[in-house]
Design a binder for this molecule. Structure first.
Ligand code: G3H
Length: 540
């Protein structure tokens, strides 16, 4: 098996021409105040998830480029540019009409689409995502931008009228909050980052954006599009170590909105640095340990199919992945057999290979971390029940179906964020309900069953614990028009296309007594187009 895994990694010459990189990509530019500035200081190497086989047969994780290792001063320079562009709400961008801001975002989208191939290729190399999923990530992000534009048009149309209540007339609009700091995760370095970045921008905020820890170079092909599509200082893109750069930004107290997708520990540490916490809005997507719960009366084919994709899409590196499976004891043997057979059909290989499902992992030390988790569980009585499960070579870790998992094992509560599938047998549903109630996480769960009474009991027991309950389906974020949220340590705030516009804005209203003098005054402002806010312009 180990030799088979070794053979997964190619020699440089084996890589198909369309997916090769042209040498290493040394990036020195970062975007600040509308200019691509060259960084003269140190660079951070960018390692690929992919290892290459050298001529002597040894595997080597390849370095595909480097990015600027900015220091705190440079990061603070980017923040100052954003603060200046916002200009206490009087900058060009926050005072621009909604339709003009939409035009800027549409220009950006047009330019972004030209970079599809370059971004998709880097998604494969940097984080090991397979080709169809990398393409899907890119296309889904473009769709998200289009949907965001449409949602904003709808929102603006609703705000273009006056309301009269109890002798008061008023116009209510959503306006920006200030300077947003946006940071995304490495598993969706494009999509999840843009689901906060684009709403933040389009609502009139100015932004400092720091790309994820992996999936950094793939932002490079978009820098010119960002530079040319927005006024100077509206979007600033920084690189470097989080502690040094982002820590300084938060300590400055000049960040008004903190949009972060990552660990709850990272989010808490950064939030604590802000000197005026009550002035900081946060939109956070954090850790999760979503359970898949297989009830006694179940269609096992459906359950196994959904659990395999739910636990192993992108090697389990999704916040929404099924990270622990509770299977009723009456079904568990059959479930494990079918899961093993299905798992054995998944093709392992490099991200660009046709039909590949299991790919190398980008995080340094990840295979060792997963191995330790397995060892801990084995030492406490669990076994890996699929052939080759838990074998690893280089950056590749073959999925391990682990059974029987008990509360004493690390993998019972800790998020593995990788290809380990822990299975816990249970006899009574109350055991599973206790797990959900006592978990530190509360993003989603999946219920697999056919008995209406049992399903209803579980829905009611869990509805106040998690943000979404999936029936006979894996956990997932989409469709993007549905609320994406979580409780406990899993999230703060709600994201969806429409919700995100609200997260990055606040309602302001202009109100007056409903009398002739007010009507004359307001009528004159509107007729003569004296104000951007007070206006009945309708976006078609
Ligand atoms: O990593 C968390 C993502 O938001 C999950 O999105 O369910 O579409 O894979 P997904």
């Amino acid at each position: 098996m180990t030799a088979d895994l070794e053979r997964l990694f190619p020699a440089a010459d084996d890589i198909p021409a369309p997916y090769r990189l042209d040498g290493t990509l040394e990036q020195r530019e970062f975007l600040i105040n509308g200019e691509l500035v060259e960084w003269e200081g140190d660079l951070a190497p960018v390692r690929s998830a992919v290892c290459l086989r050298r001529e002597d047969g040894e595997l080597e994780q390849c370095v595909i480029g480097s990015t600027p290792l900015l220091d705190a001063d440079a990061a603070l320079g980017a923040l100052d540019a954003a603060v200046h562009a916002y200009d206490l709400g009087q900058g060009v961008w926050p005072t621009m009409s909604v339709s003009e801001r939409i035009r800027n975002v549409e220009n950006f989208l047009h330019r972004m689409k030209e970079q599809r191939d370059a971004v998709v290729r880097l998604l494969m190399w940097e984080i090991g995502k397979n080709l169809p999923d990398s393409e899907k990530e890119f296309d889904r992000t473009c769709d998200y931008i289009v949907d965001t534009v449409n949602a904003l048009k709808e929102l603006d149309r609703r705000s273009s009228r006056f309301e009269i209540e109890q002798g008061t007339l008023g116009q209510i609009r959503r306006v920006p909050l200030g300077v947003a700091l946006c940071m995304g995760p490495y598993n969706y370095p494009l999509n999840e980052t843009f689901t906060t970045l684009i709403p933040a921008l389009i609502m009139g905020n100015t932004v400092v954006f720091k790309p994820a820890k992996f999936g950094v170079l793939l932002i490079r092909p978009l820098l010119e599009a960002f530079r040319d599509s927005f006024p100077p200082g509206v979007i600033n893109i920084i690189y470097g170590r989080g502690r040094e750069t982002v820590g300084a930004l938060m300590e400055s107290g000049k960040v008004d909105v903190f949009a972060f997708i990552g660990t709850n520990k990272g989010a808490s540490d950064l939030k604590k640095l802000h000197p005026r916490p009550h002035r900081l809005r946060a939109a956070l997507g954090l850790d999760a340990k979503n359970p898949g719960i297989v009830l006694p009366d179940v269609d096992l084919d459906t359950a196994v199919g959904e659990c395999v994709t739910g636990a192993l899409s992108f090697n389990g590196q999704r916040c929404t992945a099924l990270k622990i499976l509770f299977v009723h004891r009456s079904q568990v043997d059959d479930f494990l057999d079918r899961f093993k057979s299905r798992l054995a059909t998944l093709k392992s290989g490099m991200p660009w290979e046709p039909g590949v499902a299991l790919t190398p992992l980008p995080e340094p030390g990840k295979t060792a971390f997963l191995t330790q988790m397995l060892e801990d569980a084995r030492s406490k009585g669990a076994s890996v029940v699929n052939e080759g499960g838990g074998n690893s070579v280089g950056t590749f870790f073959y999925p391990a179906l682990l059974y029987p998992v008990t509360p004493q094992m690390r993998v019972y509560n800790e998020e593995q964020f990788g290809p380990i599938i822990p299975v816990v047998p249970y006899d009574d549903l109350s055991e599973v309900i206790d797990y959900v109630r006592n978990s530190d996480f509360g993003q989603q769960l999946s219920l697999f069953g056919r008995d209406p009474q049992q399903m209803a009991r579980m829905i009611d027991a869990c509805a106040n614990q998690v943000g979404r309950i999936n029936l006979n389906a894996q956990c997932q974020r989409g469709p993007d028009s549905f609320p994406f949220t979580g409780r406990k340590n899993s999230a703060e705030g709600t994201l969806s296309v429409a919700d995100a516009l609200r997260v990055f804005s606040i309602r302001t209203l202009v109100a007056a007594k409903d009398n002739a003098a007010s009507k004359a005054l307001v009528g004159s402002i509107i007729r003569d187009r004296e104000s951007t806010f007070l206006s009945t312009d309708y976006i078609f």
